[in-house]
Design a protein around this ligand. Structure first.
Ligand SMILES: [Fe+2]
Length: 202
């Protein structure tokens, strides 16, 4: 991610009384368009958002409000990365606190890179964004080098590529393994899910 010290220095975010307060998805997209000029980075966040939403609905039996919370976490987790690389995560967190957003959503964003931000994933939503973040980018990189892109891309070939350390070398295999150790789902199943849910995101 970066060599800056990104540690947030705290583990409590937002206010309990804001529980359930989310921003409309259109507003989150608007914020993204204002803050993120890089198409590839915007696409990354849209992909993570789509995967998060689908996981909440299909695997966690989430209601619409909860699914929106998972989706927003995906959509906003790197919103400040391009503009504020030296205080990545801090800026988006403070923005969401300022507009009185649900503390669970803020905590989820704050814990998406425990070794950078110093915040441990606690809820299933926290654990899944940590799991999906690097993996989603890795899978997209793997799709882009194929003539048929996502068509015919399967989990087995991704598993193999993960072991090829010079492919997408910037993607931390340690983070992927650490995230995996915190949940009870096989990596192959997660990879298959990510491919399926992000392949049509544009
Ligand atoms: Fe990310």
């Amino acid at each position: 991610m970066s060599s800056h010290n990104l540690s947030l220095g705290r583990t409590q975010f937002g206010k309990p009384e804001n529980s359930g307060k989310l921003l409309p998805i259109e507003e989150a997209h608007q914020l993204l368009n204002e803050w993120v000029g890089n198409d590839r980075l915007r696409l990354h966040m849209k992909q993570v958002a789509a995967v998060m939403r689908a996981w909440a609905l299909e695997k966690e039996n989430a209601d619409e409000l909860t699914a929106l919370k998972w989706e927003l976490a995906g959509l906003l987790h790197d919103a400040d990365w391009e503009k504020y690389p030296e205080s990545h995560c801090r800026v988006i967190i403070e923005k969401l606190e300022e507009i009185n957003i649900d503390p669970e959503l803020i905590h989820c964003i704050a814990s998406h890179g425990p070794k950078y931000f110093g915040v441990e994933p606690e809820t299933k939503m926290d654990k899944m964004i940590y799991m999906f973040d690097e993996l989603s980018g890795f899978i997209h990189a793997a799709a882009l080098i194929r003539p048929t892109r996502y068509e015919g891309l399967d989990a087995k070939s991704i598993l193999k590529k993960l072991k090829t350390l010079n492919f997408a070398a910037q993607v931390s295999r340690d983070d992927i393994n650490d995230a995996l150790s915190r949940i009870d789902v096989p990596l192959e199943e997660i990879i298959g899910f990510v491919i399926e849910k992000q392949k049509n995101v544009i």
